[in-house]
Design a protein around this ligand. Structure first.
Ligand code: G6P
Length: 605
């Protein structure tokens, strides 16, 4: 949520900052801005909306200078206006910020009482006003930034740039990720390593509470106690961090298409050398666990909801699932025999991270399933299991969801074997089913043209319903979420059996209703619910396999999925859930990769 960049370079900084911001635009696109220092003079350009608007502005009003900071914003305090866009500036200092300053009201009152007038509605402006006041009192830039940092409460990643200082950026990390890139006689700063992938492959991750003094010659890092400290320089795989659409119209299209390859490669990472087992860390102990708590947000939460069925069925393990923002504000009963499992694509979602920190002292094991192995959630877990999906740029999560499901299925099977619920034969046979996922996902993707045609009518729909039972219920939820996110069509999902307890009142002629129902033990029940809908003129779209479609009788719209084992059905049926939303969005002409109001990485509560 909000992306920040800093460059102390040897060339014009603005084009490089723009390029790095482009890679961070998935974090927010309400406004963007850059500040540079040129011949000692601090100046800035800001524009509302996507980065392209800032880019256009810079054509007419260039911003020279080899040192600069940049920002792409997801609005929290104050609407998306130029005045609220970063970098914020007061006197001789400019700041870009990701996060929230929780005590900004008190600071604003204090500064206003001192005669400071504010130019924006943001919490961030208090940081520049504070720093400027310290500069006016005679502190050096480093002292002033440090003094301001001490006054701030909340979560943030910050970069400070000063008038008259061509070789200085001060960076600080508390709660929001930040990394430093090392160049040859140049230094860089970014919200993540992807932002800097065109500039360097040498990255230092700042730790919680760190702040840093950057110059072209290097960086001095201090910990939360102001002690100078050393943080390692990591070599990152720049190729893996490169982002392009590879000929696809959208990142989302590319990421959906990548799923068979991603799932196959990821499974390879977890396959034991003998190909009979699962290579998961020995430290994972399912035998002594009395309860599994799974916590996540958004799509990752639906992955947990699917996994609950698996852990209960295959491992006999009691499971509780929670939305992170709810979990931490109730009083969950925790104990040393509990395992807490956090699922997050970014590994930085503020609510999930806060939930992790909340439970850590009280439970036996803290495990995470993440896409970014260097993320805060990964680093703060006792065992972190990467999903190996590669960078996901489309705001709507697709390949990360199926890759999360795959790792969660592996975990459930391992738990089943460790707890004696699965015999060796059952375990091997289920593992083989999992190995068939990439092929079936590819077959599901082959249905794209059919789905494109099927969803034409959705362009006019005001509401859409999704129904499912068992693991297809969270899939219905995911389908509705995807549709809302990228097509802005109001969509709701229900457990099919729950329909008659209220939502059935919504059904009227031609209301599109997607029903996910493979031919499994629950099929007959779901079909009964479908009949109830059709009796009320709902426009049913049945997504099932050959047997299911044959048994279902006369249904207005039907989509045939491959016939797959129960275990892997939710992974395969995720594909139509994604494609329905994608094509509905295309028919409506919405911005698929950057839907309004959303951000991919939500680092505020
Ligand atoms: C945002 C994204 C969703 C994502 C959710 C959780 O809302 O738009 O796609 O599912 O955050 O993110 P995480 O990185 O924790 O999986």
């Amino acid at each position: 949520m909000c992306g920040i960049v800093g460059i102390l370079g040897r060339h014009e900084a603005s084009p490089q900052i723009l390029n790095a911001l482009k890679r961070l635009e998935y974090r927010g696109y309400d406004s963007a801005g850059i500040a540079t220092v040129n011949n000692g003079r601090l100046d800035r350009r800001r524009a509302v909306g996507k980065l392209i608007n800032l880019s256009d502005l810079l054509v007419h009003e260039p911003l020279p200078g080899h040192s600069g900071i940049g920002h792409t914003r997801w609005a929290t305090h104050g609407g998306p206006t130029v005045a609220n866009a970063h970098p914020h500036r007061a006197g001789r200092v400019a700041v870009v910020h990701n996060g929230i300053i929780e005590n900004f009201r008190a600071l604003r009152e204090e500064l206003s009482a001192d005669g400071v007038s504010f130019a924006s509605d943001t919490d961030t402006e208090t940081i520049v006003q504070l720093t400027s006041r310290f500069l006016d009192q005679g502190l050096t830039p480093v002292q002033a930034a440090r003094a301001a940092l001490k006054r701030l409460e909340g979560a943030f990643a910050l970069a400070f740039l000063f008038e008259g200082e061509q070789d200085l950026i001060i960076a600080a990390r508390r709660g929001s990720p930040l990394c430093i890139g090392h160049g040859d006689g140049e230094m860089y700063l970014g919200s993540d390593a992807i932002a800097l992938a065109d500039l360097t492959d040498r990255i230092t991750y700042l730790e919680e509470g760190d702040w840093a003094i950057m110059s072209r010659a290097g960086v001095q890092i201090f910990d939360a106690e102001d002690q100078q400290t050393a943080r390692p320089v990591n070599r990152i795989n720049v190729e893996a961090a490169r982002i392009d659409k590879s000929g696809h119209k959208h990142f989302m299209a590319k990421e959906m298409a990548e799923q068979p390859a991603v799932l196959k490669a990821a499974l390879g990472q977890y396959s034991a050398a003998d190909a009979q087992g699962i290579d998961l860390p020995e430290a994972l102990d399912f035998k002594s666990v009395d309860r599994l708590l799974m916590v996540a947000c958004g799509t990752a939460f639906y992955a947990c909801q699917v996994a609950k069925y698996w852990f209960e069925k295959y491992a006999g393990l009691p499971v509780e699932i929670d939305i992170a923002s709810e979990f931490r504000y109730r009083d969950p009963v925790l104990g040393p025999a509990n395992m807490a499992l956090f699922v997050s694509q970014s590994g930085e979602t503020a609510d999930t991270l806060a939930a992790l920190r909340h439970v850590k002292p009280h439970v036996g094991q803290v495990v995470s399933v993440v896409n970014v192995p260097t993320s805060s959630i990964a680093r703060e877990s006792t065992v972190a299991l990467p999903i190996h999906a590669g960078p996901e740029i489309g705001v709507a999560s697709t390949k990360a969801f199926t890759a999360q499901l795959q790792v969660l299925a592996l975990l459930a099977l391992r738990a089943g074997r460790d707890r004696g619920r699965l015999s060796d034969e059952e375990f091997s046979s289920l593992l083989n089913e999992l190995r068939s996922v990439p092929g079936y996902v590819a077959q599901a993707l082959d249905r794209e043209e059919e789905i494109r045609r099927m969803t034409e009518s959705l362009a006019q729909a005001r509401d859409v319903l999704f129904l499912g039972r068992g693991t297809m219920y969270p899939l219905a939820l995911e389908g509705a979420l995807k549709l809302k996110e990228i097509s802005y069509i109001h969509a709701e999902a229900y457990a099919a059996g729950e329909l008659k307890h209220g939502p059935i009142a919504l059904i009227e002629q031609d209301l599109p209703i997607f029903i996910f129902a493979p031919f499994d033990a629950l099929f007959e029940k779901t079909v009964s619910n479908m009949q109830e809908v059709m009796a009320r003129q709902g426009n049913v779209f049945l997504v099932s396999d050959a047997k299911g479609l044959a048994e279902a009788g006369d249904v207005p719209n039907r989509l045939q999925m491959p016939t797959v084992p129960d275990l892997i059905a939710p992974i395969v049926y995720a594909v139509p859930a994604q494609l329905i939303a994608y094509h509905a969005a295309l028919h409506r002409g919405t911005d698929v990769d950057q839907p309004r109001n959303l951000a991919k990485s939500v680092t505020v509560e």
